[in-house]
Design a protein around this ligand. Structure first.
Ligand code: GLC
Length: 646
């Protein structure tokens, strides 16, 4: 092709894509003509060109090649299927040599999601023992054990739960995120598991979405920085350091792609934006994760321009594996293959051929195994495609150190809920708080009489949110969080340390009259689609009457909002002397008292440093991730004691 033709092609591409960007449609680009093309087809040349770091080395690839040559087709098909601990017993692995086992939200050993920690370790060891048995014709390949450790090792009773991602985003501290990833990886490795389905790299555009709190920010650049930090924290630096033997686990960049951009914030919905917008907003985290050497990517339930992501070859293969050079494995989401047109839970040729390397098949996995085996035998799935998927899976297993019998972190249960990890979480809580209003009520002098009230004041499930011991978190109680600290207990300790005390608010005029009242309220726990809401973005209306009474009694009030998203709370904000967005802080309520309660002289012990990583909506308009679009306060907003002092 001569230079002039190159020029014409480039110009045509530019014109077509400018129009596409303007109107959000996509055009196929052929020489000289631009005609509409089927929706949901990506153009790899428009996407960031990058590649995985630290996943491929010649020696390992040679080992994989020889292992592939020894493996039967049944063993290869087994590798591409993952099922849940509730669906398979260790002995089943003899007939079905599956590549991975997961513990989905709320799925615990022997059906008990409040199992003792040792049960988690024993379960992993039981499955692994069968997989590694020496049997004639059997290739001993250790399974990957995947779990949603999304704010600490959150399935385990007694461990530390960190602030959910929305709070970490407000901290604007990538190094903190790296440290949390490293601490979480150690805890996972101690229990014998080796794959965290984290970090979520969603860029939530409409906070009606029930998974908004799993996103770090509405700013793609912040998500990209956090993606690298979270992956390196969980996995270690790309290359030799990224192994189980170093207390590291596989990370998961999820959910590829556009999960946070669906119309109306509907979970698993349709992201109806142009390709340019998909790249600008939703792809940046994956660049960060891939360049940090992320081992796995999870495909999204959602669609782009009406096409289910799990069936989108142009994005899963041409863009992610081709243009963006991802060399790890793509895992499907929970039974998501069943949503691909023409597919069922137990049979989905299209998703595998589109680029899903491993099905997450919690049910009907035996049927999926049999049907996928048939697809390979009939040629519906080519040997090359199967080998590519198995190579990627084995590559992750080799690089992660699964084939190395040494598990130095296994059994080190003292790491779970350790003082060091609790201190780290407490620091994260402090840094996550955003001060939205303060007309003098904060900081509270340590010697004050403090009233602490509200539905969230002694409510660890509200502090922790979803993905906490159970899937939804709403079916847990304070007793499920040994070692945790409620906000009320934390404030009590801090006040009493300064000679102050708690009062119960029953006396608003006598010797027990509060100097200040801290009222804690907000959202009750939820996860995924159960957190989707409609407009108006308002459901915190519990304490209005209490705030009014306190105001009439002339008592200063501090509202602390526990929520998985910014909420329109103008009535409460107007009635409060101070208003703090605390998001979903997790088990370490002490971090809140550290900032709210000053010293005896009333000077701050810690200042607010959090800044909104989501714009704060004005109620009726969900924020489209841009400042000024229906925002009361923009991303980046947040007050501090220091600023007020000037
Ligand atoms: C869920 C979520 C995904 C999670 C997976 C396993 O449906 O979409 O984020 O990792 O299933 O629990």
């Amino acid at each position: 092709m001569r230079a002039s033709q190159h020029g014409l092609r480039a110009f045509t591409v530019f014109v077509a894509l400018s129009a596409a960007a303007l109107y959000g449609t996509t055009f196929s680009v052929t020489a000289g003509a631009a005609e509409p093309q089927p929706p949901g087809v990506a153009h790899p040349q428009l996407w960031p060109a990058t590649h995985s770091r630290g996943l491929v080395d010649a020696a390992t690839e040679v080992r994989i090649t020889s292992m592939l040559a020894r493996m039967s087709v049944e063993e290869k098909v087994g590798q591409v299927i993952q099922t849940d601990i509730a669906s398979i017993k260790p002995a089943d692995l003899r007939r079905y040599p599956l590549g991975s086992i997961l513990a989905g939200g709320g799925s615990g050993p022997n059906g008990n999601d409040r199992s003792p920690t040792a049960a988690w370790l024993q379960l992993a060891r039981d499955y692994r023992a069968v997989a590694l048995e020496a049997r004639p014709g059997h290739e001993a390949i250790p399974p990957l054990f995947g779990i949603d450790a999304v704010h600490g090792h959150n399935n385990i009773v007694g461990t530390v739960l960190y602030p959910h991602n929305i709070g970490l985003g407000a901290a604007h501290d990538a190094e903190l995120v790296r440290r949390i990833g490293a601490a979480t990886a150690e805890e996972i490795a101690a229990t014998g598991w080796d794959w965290a389905f984290a970090p979520t790299l969603a860029v939530p555009q409409d906070v009606r979405w029930g998974r908004s709190y799993e996103g770090f920010a509405q700013d793609p650049a912040l998500v990209r920085a956090y993606a690298s930090a979270a992956v390196e924290g969980l996995q270690g630096s790309p290359g030799a350091a990224a192994t189980l033997q170093n207390g590291k686990v596989a990370a998961t960049a999820k959910h590829f792609i556009g999960d946070g951009g669906t119309a109306g914030g509907v979970d698993q919905g349709d992201t109806r934006i142009s390709e340019a917008e998909l790249i600008r907003v939703h792809a940046q985290g994956y660049v960060g994760a891939i360049e940090a050497g992320v081992y796995t990517v999870m495909a999204s339930y959602s669609s782009w321009q009406g096409q289910k992501m799990h069936g989108n070859h142009s994005l899963l293969t041409d863009v992610l594996k081709g243009r963006m050079g991802f060399e790890g494995l793509v895992v499907g989401d929970w039974n998501a293959q069943a949503q691909v047109p023409g597919c069922k839970a137990d049979h989905c040729t299209a998703a595998f051929n589109a680029g899903v390397d491993m099905f997450m098949a919690p049910y009907e996995w035996q049927g999926l195994y049999a049907n996928t085996l048939t697809d390979v035998r009939t040629g519906a799935i080519s040997p090359a495609r199967l080998d590519d998927a198995v190579r990627r899976i084995l590559r992750v297993k080799f690089r992660l150190g699964l084939f190395d019998a040494a598990r130095p972190y296994e059994g080190r249960m003292e790491l779970l809920g350790s003082a060091a990890h609790r201190d780290l979480a407490r620091e994260a809580v402090r840094k996550s708080l955003v001060l939205l209003k303060n007309s003098g009520a904060l900081p509270i002098a340590a010697g004050a009489r403090v009233m602490v009230s509200g539905p969230g004041s002694e409510n660890l499930p509200m502090q922790c949110g979803g993905w906490s011991l159970t899937w939804q978190g709403s079916d847990t109680s304070n007793a499920d969080y040994p070692g945790a600290t409620s906000i009320k207990d934390a404030i009590k300790s801090a006040a009493e340390a300064g000679g102050g005390r708690l009062v119960d608010g029953s006396d608003l005029s006598g010797k027990d009259r509060p100097d200040v009242a801290v009222i804690v309220y907000g959202e009750t726990p939820y996860a995924e689609m159960f957190g989707d809401v409609q407009l108006p973005l308002y459901n915190v209306g519990q304490p209005l009457e209490q705030l009014r009474q306190l105001k009439q009694a002339g008592i200063r009030t501090v509202s602390v909002l526990l929520s998985g998203r910014p909420l329109w709370a103008k009535p409460e904000i107007d009635l409060s002397d101070a208003f703090v967005a605390a998001w979903l802080p997790g088990t370490e309520g002490g971090g809140i008292a550290d900032v709210l309660i000053g010293d005896r002289a009333g000077k701050p012990r810690f200042d607010f440093s959090g800044r909104l990583s989501f714009a704060w909506p004005n109620g009726t308009v969900p924020v489209a991730g841009r400042t000024g679009t229906g925002a009361t306060w923009p991303m980046g907003y947040g007050l501090s004691y220091a600023a007020a002092a000037h």
